[in-house]
Write a protein that binds this ligand. Structure first.
Ligand SMILES: Nc1nc2c(ncn2[C@@H]2O[C@H](COP(=O)(O)OP(=O)(O)O)[C@@H](O)[C@H]2O)c(=O)[nH]1
Ligand SMILES: [Mg+2]
Length: 237
């Protein structure tokens, strides 16, 4: 610690001469490798609160029933409401952060121990609703998906660049509301691709089920690539 005099006050500066994120990054890479070996595609779902993450996961589990297995870790500040909603469709464990605005690996690993000890095709991690902090935390996922609902405005990608830049898929949700809100799917996707040109865009309506099969097929294609490329273990799909 060094001290310097600034005006009448003493200011203490704490210097941290190491990368404090190196250990979590290493652990995330290990988990990703392990999931790759197991053939489980891990999907980290980000959005602002209420964009429709849990609704989409409910629709996804219904769509895949009898065809693909999935499990869910669901993060919230408080309550187990989302895990209760998902429980009829898929094994789901609630992670309550007690106030923290994003999930971190230690909590994810505790949740993993509570899930059934059997291989599944897809593991979803529903992050805490927030477009800022979750973008900075690698949870070992293969695919980061950003959900943007039509009620949030199509100008959001440029305003939350890190969340969009670090994602591989953009899901526009609540498309049933398009006739009532000023939102252009094309404008949102275009704005997002200025930040992340590789972004795959899908539109869904969990309420009517429209687009859910397109979303599921996009994930199935990514899992097929994971299985095919298992030997080399790609970092992100
Ligand atoms: N109109 C409409 N409402 C939706 C749709 N999907 C979710 N919702 C509603 O949006 C609210 C938030 O959904 P939820 O899945 O809990 O969002 P989360 O907080 O991102 O997990 C709920 O009232 C849902 O019923 C949709 O496709 N259309
Ligand atoms: Mg939710």
């Amino acid at each position: 610690m060094t001290e310097e005099i600034v005006g009448p006050q003493r200011v203490a500066t704490v210097r941290v001469d190491r990368d404090v994120n190196a250990a979590p990054r290493g652990r995330a890479a290990e988990l990703r490798q392990e999931w790759t070996r197991q053939g489980t595609l891990v999907v980290n779902v980000l959005s602002s609160p209420g964009a429709g993450k849990t609704s989409l996961l409910e629709s996804t589990a219904r769509h895949w029933r009898g065809r693909h297995t999935m499990q869910v870790l669901v993060g919230d500040l408080a309550t187990d409401r989302d895990a209760q909603r998902l429980a009829p469709w898929a094994p789901a464990v609630q992670l309550t952060t007690g106030g923290a605005c994003h999930l971190e690996l230690p909590l994810v690993e505790r949740g993993l121990r509570e899930l059934p000890d059997e291989q599944c095709d897809f593991l979803f991690i529903e992050n805490v609703g927030n477009l800022v902090c979750p973008a900075s935390h690698d949870l070992g996922e293969h695919v980061r998906v950003l959900l943007l609902s039509t009620t949030e405005g199509d100008d959001k990608p440029g305003k939350y660049p890190k969340a969009f830049r670090t994602s591989q898929m953009l899901v526009i949700s609540k498309t049933d509301l398009l006739p009532y809100v000023p939102f252009s799917v094309e404008a949102a996707c275009e704005d997002a691709r200025l930040i992340q040109p590789e972004l795959e865009c899908v539109s869904v309506c969990a309420r009517t089920g429209k687009g859910v099969s397109d979303w599921c097929e996009a994930l199935e294609r990514r899992r097929e690539r994971l299985l095919a490329e298992r030997e080399t273990g790609p970092a992100r799909l």
